[in-house]
Design a protein around this ligand. Structure first.
Ligand code: DGY
Length: 362
């Protein structure tokens, strides 16, 4: 992928030397008033390269803004992030950055806003941000369809052994059509269980209902009567959802309550023919427990876009044939990533202009 152009550099102006011979001698001068505070141009640090439209918006709307971008092909951690972002008024960060209390404290009081290039904010210490008076914004709404598409893609890929079939064909293992070869599971008319029926979960539910005539069950903390009327969906307990679903698709946020929500207990309630799909956050699933269950064929398979210790995979996960593993690409379409960038840019501009940003979390 081409690096975005960094269109604006900090103009550094040298103080002009004192050349006037008409200056009054020191001793005659009136007592010097303290110099006015030098108003530094606002500074934005961007923790990974972002799409050009966001930079264009920033450059056009605030020409005095100094923008520094980490263009290395890697994420920055702890001290390194602090060193690079030190003195910044604004930070555009990603879901891979660990914005903990220490980082926020080290960047305070200069830092006024963290605009996270994501909808999830589990990687940011929101309490610390609140205490330090740092605004946090996110990018809800614009990645709903893109992420739902990946969840549906994983459902189909798992059920119809798409990736396994591709691997076998490339490896020359397709020796001819046979009635028992590569049989998967029918998606049409199956039961899909949605954990967390917010924007993305709701869109997956609608797609599976409209496209594949699926029966929809959902488990959520907020009631969604519209799903019941629109899709004949049914809100059920987590246990019931796990026991009845052919596809269990996770769409809840990562919180203290949802960390390892899907562990041994939950997995052993699932049907042996069922698949687990996760496009939300990795730590919602106890990954080593899942690997064990998959090894024993206690469930049929799993489709993952997110991982417990991202970007690392739990030992054994990549060796399994009955899993489809994607590199956290839920929101990765050109259109969506552009929109996410524009939202982050606008949030930064709003906060720097003293306005309330639209997608304020804190
Ligand atoms: C998010 O925004 O939280 C998504 O996981 C990004 O892909």
């Amino acid at each position: 992928m081409a690096e975005p152009r960094i269109t604006k550099k900090l103009m550094s102006r040298r103080a002009s030397p004192i050349t006037s011979s008409f200056s009054k001698p020191e001793s005659d001068a009136a007592p010097a008033a303290p110099p006015p505070p030098v108003k530094q141009p606002p500074r934005l640090f961007v923790s990974r390269a972002i799409p050009q439209p966001a930079l264009d918006l920033l450059n056009n709307a605030m020409p005095t803004l100094r923008i520094d971008i980490n263009t290395d092909e890697r994420n920055l951690f702890g001290e390194e992030l602090v060193q690079r972002a030190k003195g910044s008024t604004a930070l555009i960060s990603t879901l891979a950055d660990n914005i903990d209390r220490e980082v926020l404290q080290a960047l305070s009081p200069a830092l006024k806003v963290v605009a996270t290039y994501a909808v999830g904010t589990n990687n940011i210490d929101l309490k610390a941000a609140r205490e330090l008076g740092i605004r946090v914004t996110n990018t809800p709404g614009v990645l709903t369809e893109a992420t739902a598409e990946v969840a549906v893609a994983l459902i189909l890929a798992c059920a119809r052994r798409v990736v396994e079939g591709d691997r076998a064909t490339r490896a020359g293992k397709f020796t001819g059509w046979a009635p028992l070869y590569m049989r998967g599971r029918t998606v049409f008319g199956s039961t899909v269980g949605i954990i967390g029926a917010g924007r993305i979960g709701g869109t997956v539910a609608r797609t599976m209902r409209a496209g594949f005539g699926c029966r929809i069950l959902y488990h959520t903390t907020t009631p969604h009567p519209e799903l019941d009327t629109e899709l004949h969906a049914r809100q059920v307990s987590l246990d019931e959802l796990l026991e009845l679903s052919d596809f269990v698709s996770i769409h809840c946020p990562l919180t203290d309550e949802t960390r390892h929500l899907i562990g041994n207990n939950a997995l052993s309630r699932m049907k042996p023919t069922a698949f687990l799909i996760n496009t939300a956050r990795g730590p919602i699933v106890d990954e080593p427990a899942l690997v064990q269950m998959l090894r024993k064929n206690r469930i049929a398979g799993a489709g993952f876009d997110v991982y417990e210790h991202e970007p690392n995979l739990s030992p054994g996960l990549a060796d399994l044939d009955n899993v489809v593993l994607l590199p956290h690409i839920g929101s990765a379409t050109v259109e969506t990533r552009d929109r996410m960038g524009l939202i982050c840019a606008q949030s930064v501009l709003d906060v720097l202009a003293g306005k309330e940003p639209q997608n304020r979390v804190v």
